[in-house]
Design a protein around this ligand. Structure first.
Ligand code: KG4
Ligand code: ZN
Length: 362
C-alpha cells in the first residue's frame, strides 16, 4: 500500500470522454489535471445520446485525452500508482472503451487497476473541492440517477430512496426538449428560466406527503409538455421553464429534508453532512434550496465544484485512489457492467426502483 496515490482516471460511460490525474495524500485530494471531451455536437441532431455514436467517439478520443491529462499533470506513467476506469453503470459499448484502455495501461505499466462504479465517482466528487469526511448523506442527481444514500465509507452505501420513474436530469432534458431547447436540456432550461415567474403556471407536486424518500417526475413531465405545446411567446416559455425548475428543486428538497430528518434521528451525536452530486447539482436553484434545507436541519452542505458535477474523470480517479489506499484493486478481466447499483441489496429488494431505466444512461 502506497501512502500517496497518483491515479490516472478514465470515464467513458455516456457522452463524455474524460481523463484526469488525481493525487490523494493523507486523505486530501488534489486534481493534477482533468480533461473532458464532450460529444454534444455528435448527439445533438438526435436530441439525445446515441449509444453506437458514443462508443465510436470514445474510441477516437480516449488516446489523445489520456495523453493530454498526463501532460497537463506533468507526470509520466512511472509516477502513477494506479489506473482507475469506469466499469459501469452506463452505455456498455462506451464503458468497454475506457475500461479496456485502462486495462491496457495497467498491463503495460504493471500498475494496479480499479474498475470504478460511476456512481461511486459521483459520490466522492464533493471531496475534489474540499475536505468532506465520511459518513455523509448523499443526494445523487444526474441524467440517469436520482437517489438518496447514506454513505458510510468507500463502497459502503445504503439507499434511502430513489426515483420510481425518471431521473431528475432526465426530467430536465425531456421537458427542455418540449420547450424546443437543445440537448442537454438541464443547463439550457436553467438559462431560459432566468428572470422567469415560477408562479405563472401551476405544476403538480408529485409524491408530496408520502412518507418515504422516493422521487417521481413523470407527472410533472406530462403536465409541462401539455402547457409547452404551442407556446411560442418568449415570456411564457421563460415562466414555464422557471416553474419546472422550481418544481424539480422543490421535490428534491422535500425528499432530502425527509431523509435528513430520518438520518439525524438514526445517527444522534454524529457529524451531520449533506452532499449533493451529479449533473443536476450544477443547477443554482437546486443547490440554493438544498443548502437552505440542510442548514435548517443542522447539516453542513457540500457540493462539488461546478466542473465536477457533470461527468468527469477526476471523480473516477479519486474513487480509484481511495480504493487503492485501502489495498483494494480489481483483476484485469473485470467486466463492464451496464447496471451496477451502489446498494445492491436495496436494488434487489426493490427491482422496480431502477432510476432512469428508460434513459440513455440507464
Ligand atoms: O452527471 P451527468 O453528467 O451524467 C450522468 O451520469 O447522468 O448528468 C447529466 C445530467 C443531464 O440530464 C443534464 O441535463 C443535467 O445533468 N444537468 C443539469 C444542469 N447541468 C447538467 N440539470 C439542471 N441544471 C443544470 N445546470
Ligand atoms: Zn454521471
Amino acid at each position: 500500500m502506497t501512502l500517496t496515490q497518483t491515479v490516472l482516471g478514465l470515464e467513458t460511460s455516456c457522452d463524455e470522454t474524460a481523463a484526469a490525474v488525481v493525487c490523494l495524500e493523507d486523505g486530501r485530494a488534489e486534481v493534477l489535471s482533468s480533461v473532458v471531451g464532450t460529444q454534444v455536437a455528435e448527439h445533438a441532431p438526435f436530441g439525445g445520446v446515441v449509444p453506437e455514436i458514443a462508443a465510436r467517439a470514445h474510441v477516437e478520443r480516449i488516446d489523445e485525452l489520456a495523453r493530454a491529462a498526463m501532460a497537463q499533470a506533468g507526470v509520466g506513467y512511472a509516477d502513477l500508482t494506479g489506473v482507475a476506469a469506469t466499469a459501469g453503470p452506463g452505455l456498455v459499448g462506451g464503458v468497454m472503451v475506457g475500461l479496456s484502455f485502462g486495462k491496457a495501461v495497467a498491463l503495460a505499466r504493471g500498475l494496479p487497476l480499479v474498475a470504478v462504479n460511476h456512481l461511486e465517482g459521483h459520490a466522492v466528487s464533493a471531496r475534489l473541492g474540499s475536505d468532506v469526511a465520511y459518513p455523509f448523506l448523499l443526494l445523487l442527481v444526474s441524467g440517469g440517477h436520482c437517489q438518496l444514500l447514506e454513505v458510510e465509507g468507500v463502497g459502503a452505501c445504503r439507499r434511502l430512496g430513489s426515483t420510481i420513474d425518471d431521473a431528475a436530469g432526465e426530467a430536465f432534458d425531456k421537458i427542455a426538449k418540449t420547450l424546443g431547447l437543445p440537448y442537454p436540456g438541464g443547463p439550457a432550461l436553467e438559462k431560459l428560466a432566468e428572470g422567469g415567474d415560477p408562479d405563472r403556471y401551476v405544476l403538480p407536486r408529485m409524491l408530496l406527503g408520502r412518507k418515504d424518500c422516493d422521487f417521481s417526475f413523470s407527472g410533472l413531465k406530462t403536465a409541462a409538455a401539455r402547457i409547452a405545446e404551442g407556446l411560442t411567446d418568449e415570456p411564457q416559455r421563460r415562466d414555464l421553464a422557471a416553474a419546472v425548475q422550481t418544481a424539480i428543486a422543490a421535490q428534491l428538497t422535500e425528499r432530502s429534508d425527509r431523509a435528513m430528518a430520518a438520518y439525524a434521528a438514526a445517527h444522534a451525536g454524529r457529524g451531520l453532512r449533506f452532499v449533493v452530486a451529479g449533473g443536476v447539482a450544477a443547477n443554482r436553484t437546486v443547490r440554493a434550496r438544498l443548502e437552505t434545507a440542510a442548514a435548517a436541519r443542522g447539516f453542513s452542505f457540500h457540493a462539488p465544484p461546478l466542473a465536477y458535477c457533470t461527468d468527469n474523470a477526476a471523480m473516477i480517479a479519486l474513487a480509484g485512489a481511495e480504493r487503492l489506499a485501502l489495498g483494494l484493486q480489481d483483476p484485469l478481466d473485470a467486466a463492464a457492467r451496464p447496471r451496477w447499483p451502489l446498494d445492491a441489496a436495496a436494488a434487489a429488494a426493490n427491482p422496480t426502483h431502477v432510476p432512469g431505466r428508460k434513459g440513455a444512461k440507464a
